[in-house]
Design a binder for this molecule. Structure first.
Ligand code: GDD
Ligand code: MN
Length: 348
């Protein structure tokens, strides 16, 4: 059986149409709809029950006592779904119900998760202003950079997807805040094959979006949490490395009278060793062989050092202040180092 989970908050005008179009799209298949309503003041829950009755489709309406959030509503719905295949979609018609059979088919053909995607060929967004497009693209880039399991997916922040129930059965997903529950599922679920099906994210039919500017902060926190806070740990280690290098420079050059060029080399090497040890034990908790990892780590941070310097030089040539240029260079070098370390030195 197929279960379609619909989280709702004030969607009374939309939900009867969603149900009618779903019932057409899924005609001839066994399915249920699980509406998870957060005490919508506009009476969405009752409207949904009546609409389902009129259409003669099986619907479970879960009434939660208050607005507890989109991600938790979706997980609540998935846990109560009786189907082996669960579809999650918005109730405002921005996710076309006619795409559902294609998602379900992808699961029947062996995918564990089928993501309706705006960012594969054929997919797109209709009528978003520039700033929403940028925020969405930024969210995708950030997720894919920092959450390794989200990396293969072009639209890992999609709210429209299908999955085999086994992907989350017995897994403690506990949505990490924000409203991008697919990220939690990709990061923690049990699955092998993910496919993406293009779709066009349409206009909201009636009513207003519930997601505001505050959700962006929640999103950044969610991504950091799902990345195990590793990018922040990596940055913290990097700053201890800078402190260590300064101390070594002082000791070697000012106190012991070693040549500045040689002292600089010693400082760099000491900070690399410092960072390597801390990242190995703390940031990545890796069991790579000590020496093997140490050598690889040099290769990994070499790119960062070069990136740092290249960005710095380019910005200085553009007439930007050396301090600003250097800070931007360090940030770019840091990102390059982080990605190389994760992908190449400390990979599981
Ligand atoms: N139960 C419940 N509780 N439902 C909620 C809540 C809540 O706190 N907040 C929102 N919803 C429901 C809405 O009623 C709607 O069906 C769906 O969740 C999406 O909410 P919108 O307010 O329409 O979100 P959006 O259009 O701005 O954002 C969408 O875009 C993202 C892609 O960028 C959402 O579809 C996301 O799911 C999607 O990831
Ligand atoms: Mn919407």
């Amino acid at each position: 059986m197929i279960s379609v989970v619909l989280p709702t908050y004030n969607e009374a005008d939309n939900v009867p149409i969603v149900l009618a179009r779903l019932s057409d799209a899924l005609r001839g298949r066994e399915f249920e709809v699980v509406v998870v309503d957060d005490a919508s003041p506009d009476g969405t829950a009752t409207v949904a029950e009546r609409a389902a009755e009129n259409l003669g489709i099986r619907a479970v309406v879960i009434r939660r006592p208050g607005k507890l959030g989109l991600s938790s509503a979706i997980m609540h719905g998935i846990m109560h779904a009786r189907g082996d295949v669960v579809v999650v979609m918005d109730a405002d018609l921005q996710h076309p119900p006619e795409k559902v059979p294609e998602l379900v088919e992808a699961i029947f053909e062996g995918a564990d998760i089928a993501v309706a995607s705006r960012y594969v060929p054929g997919g797109r967004v209709e009528g978003w202003p520039l700033y929403r497009r940028l925020v969405s693209r930024g969210a995708v880039v950030l997720s894919r950079l920092l959450i390794d399991k989200a990396r293969p997916v072009r639209d890992p922040v999609s709210g429209f997807f299908a999955l085999r129930k086994d992907v989350v059965r017995g897994v403690d997903i506990r949505p990490s805040g924000s409203y991008k529950v697919l990220l939690d599922i990709l990061a923690k679920g049990r699955y092998k094959r993910v496919v993406e099906v293009p779709y066009v994210f349409g206009h909201r039919y009636r009513g207003r979006s519930k997601l505001g500017v505050g959700t962006i902060l929640g999103f950044v926190l969610q991504v950091l949490k799902l990345s195990g806070w590793r990018p922040l740990k990596f940055a913290a280690v990097g700053s201890t490395g800078v402190a260590v290098a300064m101390a070594v420079l002082y000791l070697a050059v000012d106190r012991l009278g070693i040549q500045p060029l040689l002292g600089g080399l010693i400082a760099v090497e000491t900070s690399i060793l410092n960072n390597y040890v801390l990242n190995r034990h703390w940031t990545f908790r890796s069991d790579v062989g000590f020496v093997e990892g140490y050598l690889k780590y040099h290769a990994a941070v070499a790119l960062g050092a070069v990136t740092n310097y290249a960005v710095y030089s380019a910005l200085v040539l553009l007439g930007i202040s050396i301090y600003v240029s250097y800070i931007v260079g360090v940030a770019c070098g840091y990102l390059a180092n982080y990605l190389m370390s994760e992908a190449f030195v400390f990979k599981k």
